[in-house]
Design a protein around this ligand. Sequence first.
Ligand code: URP
Ligand code: ZN
Ligand code: ZN
Length: 482
Amino acid sequence: MAEFDLIIRGGTVVTASDTTQCDVGIRNGKVVALADSLEDGAEIIDASGKLVLPGGIDSHCHIDQPGSHGVESADDFESGSISAACGGTTTIIPFAAQYRGQSLRAVVDDYHTRAKGKAVIDYAFHLIISDPSDQVLGQDLPALIREGHTSFKVYMTYDALKLDDSQMLKVLTTARREGAMVMVHAENHDVISWLSEQLVAAGHVEPKYHAVSHAAPAEREATHRAITFAEIIDLPMLIVHVSAREAIDEIAKARQKGLRIHGETCPQYLFLTADDLDRPGFEGAKYICSPPPRDAANQDFVWRGIETGTLDVFSSDHAPYRFDDPEGKKNQGENAPFTKVPNGVPGIEIRLPMLFSEGVGKQRISLNQFVAITATNPAKIYGLYPRKGTIAVGADADIAIWDPDKPVTISIDMLHDNLDYTPYEGREITGYPILTLSRGEVVWDGKDPKGNPGRGQFLECDLPNPPQTGGPAIHGVHHATE
Ligand code: URP
Ligand code: ZN
Ligand code: ZN
């Protein structure tokens, strides 16, 4: 029997910290050797002239998430995970979303059923907590955290999901006690509602007014408030889908003070602007997401946030609503006001190639930074490291081999999701994953998806943070708040 099931030979292996010319030996789905030259592989992949990167972790994507009001996710775990794999991603972390009144346990059980037998790559779940009852915070959430659902998202906006400030504080206290990671959708709900009412009353209902109603100061204020809560409760926090300079500044200030605040951004804030929402007719609805894409100056600040490390996670926020579909963007018809259009844009497959081309290719970020924000940092933040997010002896052989020079014109026809559009149609990029391995098995060969649905495994995440008994220390005074 050969020593290795597979050797990746002659490539440039890149991690968040190193770039090395070496061979990678894989056995039983794990990386077992990294060396100048390896022999005795049952299979050999020649990677000379290619980059060998950790498979991406998409730590913010919405897959088969039950919607409200007849809006349906176009992607289930099969199409969503296949699409991810074809773009060089090997782990996805979508959301088991609790709507008010729902049992959190029942929501998570249902989500496991949706994933099982379908995913082609490994997956974990974040939870969404919208109903933080005593049962949820005292029993269900702690139990689910212990079962490996160690991160959850809370919303400061959206009628169906938002928590008020006192609920936020309670939820954060639970996260601190249990060692979980909290993700926050930070936008001021009342500001957005008020601006939306004013705009609609004045007849300003077209998609472009979505970006007006979700004003950057509303994002800044909520980001500041969320960080204030993290400071008071004394726990790490991640602000999701950061779009604006003002919010980035809040995160940078918090970091300077020594607070453990992470910032996530997404392709739409680097590659789209509010002008995209002003396309003719209803076309702009394709680009409605929250927070919205902003202007070119804000795009530059998002790049700068990535370069400086203030934004340390790059996810897709893939929200698979088809455009020409009554269960998607046209749920309330073609002339629906912006307030009635489902929020979100797709991007699970192009997340990595777009960032590679525009970030690494245009020398805005290094290859190591690329790996850090797309794989290693999310693995660390969500309790999956070092099993996932790096290429190291003992890690799962989740690897994407990239041709850094491959020219690609993005079009919906080449993608593997169930959408009928991509916001990036016609963009010309350079560099693409030509092979994706999940635990040593090919799931994308550069032409076709491979790997059976159902081969993807649920990942129990480790605790991202040490559990803290006792209440937070406020201004040096230790309060027993629990
Ligand atoms: O508009 C967005 N981002 N939709 C997806 C849901 C969310 O808030 O992340
Ligand atoms: Zn959100
Ligand atoms: Zn999202």
